[in-house]
Every structure is written in structure tokens, then in C-alpha cells.
Design a protein around this ligand. Structure first.
Ligand code: IPE
Ligand code: IPE
Ligand code: MG
Length: 247
């Protein structure tokens, strides 16, 4: 039986988040420069996005560029930004064909103006699509997001729109970039690193974590399905006992 058919379509994660890591090492292993790795990573983005949409996943978040990534060499940043623009252009038809809506989280106003404009154009063009939501985390860092949320909340308290007593988890979450998006059910990180790198710290409180040694450009459709199968064998207890969950 094909891996796709083995997946129980009634027990899919609603939201899959991925830290796409390992492009540089993938290229180095082949004696190529890092940019070659990023270019090949785009093919994995396409395959995984189409696989997720085909399965019926509702939200797929991809960590594409972190706030900390601004500290990389200028050449690499420029190459990543041009790759983003060219991929957004070439993938728009794939998004439309698969009924996918593009969204973005992060400090997207800090992106170069051509990237920002292209991103907004594709977000607008796909805004009526009602299949999967594809969320790109760009110039994103979770601490930035949380601090920003705190600032906006304080401003609303000062204006009298919110009273301090009303503040709870749910209210706070409405101030995050992800206010419209449920928490990830599973977080995947490729490339064998066991860290979170400032990604969705608030939102992954109860996510299942999945780490694989596979480098991002090698992470394709079948491995994505394997990950979903692994997820379906987990027992999510949310603090309860196994017996409580089963009954
Ligand atoms: C992930 O691959 C892509 C981005 C962070 C933009 P890396 O570029 O981090 O690849 P490694 O970790 O150096 O192999
Ligand atoms: C995390 O990867 C960010 C993205 C995948 C966009 P990094 O390669 O930048 O992470 P660290 O710095 O090695 O933890
Ligand atoms: Mg890396």
C-alpha cells in the first residue's frame, strides 16, 4: 500500500509547522555553494506543500527566514531574497491550482520593498482560496512576536479597550501574528538539529515534535507522509492520564 493510503484521513494534524533546515550542508556535501542548497530547497517546498494540500491539511507553516538570519553574509541574504521573489512568481499558479491561500507571519515590513510588494500581491491574489492555508514565516522570531503582542496589549489597556483582569491565554494569543491560526499539532525540524531557533515558542506549548536527520532539500513527499504516519501513532495526553485519554 502506498504511504499516502496508509494515512488515516480522519486523524490528520490540523496544522503542520516546519523548520526547513540543512540547505547549506546539503550543498556543501555536493561541493557546491550554499545558494545551490537554497535553490534545491524550493523543490522540497513545492512537494511538501502539494502533499499537504492533497492530504487535506488545513494549515502548513514554513519557517523560511528568521530575524537572526539577517546576520548572515550579505550575498546569501540577497540570494535568499531573490529566490523568494522568483519562487513567489513561479509558484502562484501552483497555489491557485491547489486552492491554497498564502499568508505570512513575522516582521514582513522589514523585507526589501520588492519582496514585500511581491509577497503582498500573492497574498492578495490567493486570498479567496479556501483550501489549505500556507503560512510563510519571514523575518520571524517568536520573541519579537511576543514582545510586540505585549506592547499592543498594553496600548489597549491604556486606551481602556481591555481591562487587566481580562488578560488570559486566549486573549493574549489574539495579539500574536497567528491570531487567526490554530496552534501547530506537529512541529518538524529537518537536518538533525535539536533546537527551536526562536520559532513559535508560544504556539508549540503542546505540539508533537518530530526531528529528522534528512536535510531539507532531500525532504520530499514520501518522508512527509512518513512524518504524518508517525504523528498518528502518538498519544496526545494534554496533561491527562493515558486511561483518561482512551476512555
Ligand atoms: C535553512 O538552511 C534555510 C535558512 C535558514 C534560510 P540553512 O541555510 O540554515 O542550512 P545549514 O543549516 O547551514 O545546513
Ligand atoms: C532556522 O534555521 C531558521 C529557518 C529555518 C528559517 P537556522 O539554520 O537559521 O537555525 P540555527 O541558527 O542554526 O539554529
Ligand atoms: Mg541552518
Amino acid at each position: 500500500m502506498e504511504r499516502f493510503d496508509q494515512i488515516n484521513k480522519d486523524n490528520l494534524p490540523t496544522h503542520v509547522a516546519i523548520i526547513m533546515d540543512g540547505n547549506g550542508r546539503w550543498a556543501k556535501n555536493k561541493g557546491k555553494n550554499r545558494i545551490f542548497g537554497h535553490k534545491n530547497g524550493v523543490q522540497s517546498v513545492r512537494e511538501v506543500t502539494e502533499a499537504a494540500a492533497k492530504l487535506g491539511i488545513q494549515y502548513l507553516t514554513l519557517y523560511a527566514f528568521s530575524t537572526e538570519n539577517w546576520n548572515r553574509p550579505r550575498d546569501e541574504i540577497n540570494a535568499l531574497m531573490s529566490l523568494l521573489v522568483s519562487s513567489l512568481s513561479s509558484e502562484t499558479k501552483t497555489l491557485m491550482k491547489n486552492n491554497i491561500r498564502l499568508m505570512a507571519i513575522g516582521d514582513i515590513e522589514s523585507l526589501p520593498s520588492n519582496v514585500y510588494a511581491k509577497l503582498n500581491a500573492v497574498i492578495k491574489k490567493t486570498s479567496e482560496n479556501n483550501g489549505m492555508n500556507l503560512i510563510l514565516a519571514l523575518s520571524y522570531s517568536s520573541r519579537w512576536e511576543i514582545v510586540n503582542a505585549a506592547k499592543k496589549l498594553v496600548a489597549d489597556v491604556k486606551k481602556g479597550k481591555v481591562s487587566a483582569d481580562e488578560i488570559n491565554d486566549d486573549l493574549f494569543a489574539t495579539y500574536l501574528n497567528t491570531s487567526e491560526i490554530p496552534d501547530p499539532d506537529i512541529l518538524i525540524r529537518t537536518s538533525g538539529e535539536f533546537r527551536i531557533s526562536n520559532f513559535l515558542l508560544w504556539q508549540i506549548a503542546y505540539s508533537e515534535l518530530y526531528f529528522t536527520k534528512t536535510l531539507w532539500p532531500d525532504f520530499r513527499e514520501n518522508e512527509f507522509y512518513n512524518t504524518i504516519l508517525d504523528y498518528q501513532n502518538r498519544e496526545r495526553r494534554f496533561g491527562k492520564t493515558s486511561e483518561q485519554v482512551k476512555s
